[in-house]
Design a protein around this ligand. Structure first.
Ligand code: F6R
Length: 608
């Protein structure tokens, strides 16, 4: 995600900011900027593209005098990557500058109110509302202004702020987006992540939710949301720079798995407002939604697996027919597309060649298109008629985890919206769906906290030759993704099968000890899958079952059981995939594989 750095001290700030930002480059970004107080005013420089462009523009910071400032690398969320949208953002009189990570969920409402009060906006970002809001509430005391905006802003934020009237200070505050303070010898720093400060200090404070930090060159003070000073202890960081980039996790993949509670929340909560689903970017009113006769979902790899889940969810919940296609097949099969149909292209990168070509094919045929995309401003995001972003942030590990689970959330939201518009669900059912959706982040967290058990189990299968994943309905879709995760990072041969299809051939591959992961979360199909499990165990398979809490019956047919918390039958994928991700990860780690960069694979497949 975006990166934040701030510095105040004896040295010139700009070179420190550029250096700090360079340590956050691994997180991915599309533009960068810094703001420095030069003794008279707050100077801002921004550049689209690599940090190198900003360094060249400022002669490695030399052209920006001043010993306090804030910097940012932006990963576009609201508004395309551009100079105007790059941070820092000013208030109107350019006396306050702000950098921000996170998502301000109520920014449209805030922006409208501020515009009515005469504030003029220069960007499309959610961040700019913070700069104007601070301006509105600032009456000489920055901490007071910050606490006021904390009561008004909804969503997640880590903010670095400078006020022209308080040149000897920089300010920071966070909620649900990380931020640390570094206590250095010749100055103090803020950063969104530890690597940015390691060159200057190993002594850091972790700012907790809704805490404010006020830094001078020598001192650091902390305040709570009521503006009362609080005491905090510092921590000595003993990670090396490599470990620090991964936030202390051994691999990016593990870090990204652990980010899922947050990325699911970020994708979900801005679209649930006052108890209903608001997907402004869909650009369709209820009548238009009702007019859609069929949905085509097109994608590759894991995004395709998310699409297979969507088929079950849309058809079951909204009673609308869905066809799911691999993009590489769709583009060449001359698909029959009608005016009253919708093509949804799902892609993390937004650049996958086959998915892009499939989108173009759909557009050529004049059908409505919607992209579910993670990278803002990517080709699919630009070319689709409409785009719904997944707010998973940059994904660095080649094997997708958090982008996939964010895609599922986007699909669930769309499905509930469609079901509601088509009169297929009652208000009470919608209320139940929303409650279950909002519980998912905590439930994912709970599953992640059980990692040792999965790790222990995974260690037994490091030498496995073949692993099978089976399930029915949505459980089959989960199996597809579980199997892909395992094969791509551990190089163990693995296949996913619709459980009922096993005896049509594949069961001949089962030998004594072959591991079969059975996903059993669909209550109406329990008995069917259990009978397949019995067929498997009686042929010597070792069956790992992933099932819902409370389904104790399964223990009679499985050798090992992992329970997932209760949720609606349509949303079980979001939970059942977590132990399967962990399993693949620990098998790959146990085998000594290059987990983040598996052989022969690229993060973004931009060629056919
Ligand atoms: C698997 C994986 C790939 C991608 C696929 C599509 O872990 O990451 O299967 O899902 O290459 O990529 P995007 O979503 O960028 O279109």
């Amino acid at each position: 995600m975006c990166g934040i750095v701030g510095y105040i001290g004896e040295s010139q700030a700009a070179p420190v900011l550029l250096d700090g930002l360079s340590k956050l480059e691994y997180r991915g970004y599309d533009s960068a900027g810094i703001a420095v107080y030069d003794g008279e005013q707050i100077q801002v420089q921004k550049a689209v593209g690599r940090l190198k462009v900003l360094s060249e523009l400022t002669h490695d910071g030399a052209t920006m005098p001043g010993c306090s400032g804030i910097g940012h690398t932006r990963w576009a969320t609201h508004g395309a990557p551009s100079g105007a949208n790059a941070h820092p953002h000013y208030n109107q009189s350019e006396t306050i500058a702000v950098v921000h990570n996170g998502i301000i969920e109520n920014y449209l409402k805030l922006r409208k109110r501020l515009e009515e009060k005469g504030y003029q906006f220069r960007s499309d970002t959610d961040t700019e509302v913070v700069a104007h809001l601070l301006d509105r509430y600032y009456k000489g005391d920055p901490v007071e202004a910050i606490t006021k905006i904390m009561h008004r802003v909804e969503g997640s934020y880590a903010l670095g702020i400078i006020f022209k009237e308080h040149p000897g200070h920089i300010y920071a505050v966070r909620k649900d987006s990380p931020l640390i303070v570094g206590h250095g010898k010749d100055g103090n720093l803020i950063a969104s992540d530890v690597p940015a400060v390691l060159k200057y200090t190993r002594n850091v404070y972790f700012i907790q939710n809704e805490e404010i930090a006020v830094l001078t060159g020598e001192t650091i003070a902390f305040y709570n949301v009521d503006g009362e000073e609080i005491q905090k202890g510092s921590t000595t960081i003993d990670w090396d720079i490599n470990a620090a980039e991964k936030g202390g996790y051994e691999h990016f993949m593990l870090k990204e798995m652990y980010e899922q509670p947050q990325t699911v929340r970020d994708t979900l909560s801005p679209r649930i407002k006052d108890g209903s689903i608001v997907i402004e970017e869909l650009g369709m009113d209820e009548e238009e939604i009702r007019g859609i006769r069929k949905i085509h979902i097109v994608a590759c790899g894991s995004a395709y697996h998310a699409g297979v889940t969507a088929k079950y969810v849309f058809e079951g919940m909204a009673r609308i027919p869905v066809e799911v296609d691999l993009a590489s097949e769709f583009r060449y099969r001359n698909p029959i597309l009608m005016d009253d149909e919708l093509v949804i292209v799902i892609s993390q990168s937004g650049e996958t060649a086959d998915s892009l070509a499939a989108l173009r094919e759909a557009k050529r045929k004049g059908v409505k298109t919607l992209g579910i995309v993670n990278v803002v401003g990517s080709s699919i995001a630009r070319e689709a008629d409409r785009v719904m972003y997944t707010w998973a942030g940059p994904e660095i590990a080649v094997a997708t985890t958090k982008a996939y689970t964010a895609q599922l959330i986007a699909e669930y939201l769309l499905a509930v919206k469609f079901a509601q518009a088509r009169g297929e669900v009652t208000e009470a059912e919608v209320e139940g769906y929303l409650k279950d959706l909002q519980r998912l982040p905590d439930q994912i967290e709970m599953l992640l906290s059980n990692k040792e058990r999965i790790q222990h189990f995974a260690n037994r299968y490091i030498a496995a030759k073949d692993v099978f994943f089976v399930g029915r309905g949505i459980d089959y879709a989960i199996s597809l993704e579980g199997s892909l995760k395992l094969k791509e990072i551990s190089y163990i041969h693995s296949e996913a099968y619709a459980a009922g299809e096993l005896k049509h051939g594949t069961i001949s591959l089962i030998e004594e000890g072959t591991l079969v992961a059975a996903v059993v979360t669909q209550e109406n199909l329990y008995k069917k899958t259990v009978s397949n499990m019995v067929e498997l165990t009686s042929r010597g398979a070792f069956v790992l079952a992933v099932t819902n809490a409370g389904n104790r019956e399964i223990e009679k047919a499985a050798d090992y059981v992992v329970y997932i918390p209760q949720t609606n039958k349509y949303f079980t994928n979001s939970l059942a995939i977590i132990p399967l991700q962990l399993f693949s990860y620990y098998v790959a780690v146990g085998k000594g594989c290059d987990v983040d960069k598996p052989r022969n694979l690229a993060k973004s497949v931009t060629v056919e």
